[in-house]
Design a protein. Structure first.
Ligand SMILES: [Mg+2]
Length: 162
């Protein structure tokens, strides 16, 4: 089983989105933009794919900025190449690039996806593909709270049966 994190950028990995999103030029925005170190720590053992509604012409500077400021990089990244609404672009990324490469949710390829995602409409889209999605604060709360083992086992057992 390969755990794959579908990581949102705006309002998720970016901790100060509201304060920085309108800064111009883009280089000034990059200088001010900060990334959540606790979130990176929580997902760094998984295979991480950034899927973001941020336009693809801002991809190079953004990815360099993340690397420079955190010392970390995800395994893959997809930026919005169609200027589409977040759930529309992200569904396109799933169907056209991510599923063909890694397989569908809990398929024979062994991929188990989860998402950290701020947009409720995008979370609903992920859910249609069987992908659990939580916003940053809920995700971190869940990661920090030990899950009762007994409560989880029936779910795992069911997944194996079908
Ligand atoms: Mg977001």
């Amino acid at each position: 089983m390969k755990n794959i994190c579908l990581l949102d950028l705006n309002y998720t990995l970016v901790g100060n989105q509201a304060d920085t999103r309108l800064l111009r030029p883009f280089a000034r925005r990059m200088a001010a933009e900060e990334y959540r170190a606790d979130l990176i720590e929580a997902i760094r053992d998984d295979y991480v794919i950034i899927v973001t509604a941020r336009p693809d012409y801002q991809m190079r500077q953004t990815m360099e900025n993340i690397k420079k400021k955190t010392g970390w990089q995800p395994d893959e990244w997809y930026f919005n190449d169609i200027n589409g609404e977040p759930p529309v672009f992200k569904e396109r990324a799933l169907k056209n690039w991510i599923f063909p490469k890694h397989g569908e949710q809990d398929g024979p390829e062994g991929a188990h996806y989860y998402a950290v995602e701020s947009n409720p409409k995008t979370r609903a889209m992920y859910k249609r593909y069987g992908i659990e999605a939580a916003p940053y604060d809920m995700f971190m709360k869940k990661r920090l709270t030990p899950q009762p083992v007994m409560a989880q086992e029936p779910e795992c057992f069911q997944l194996k049966m079908f």
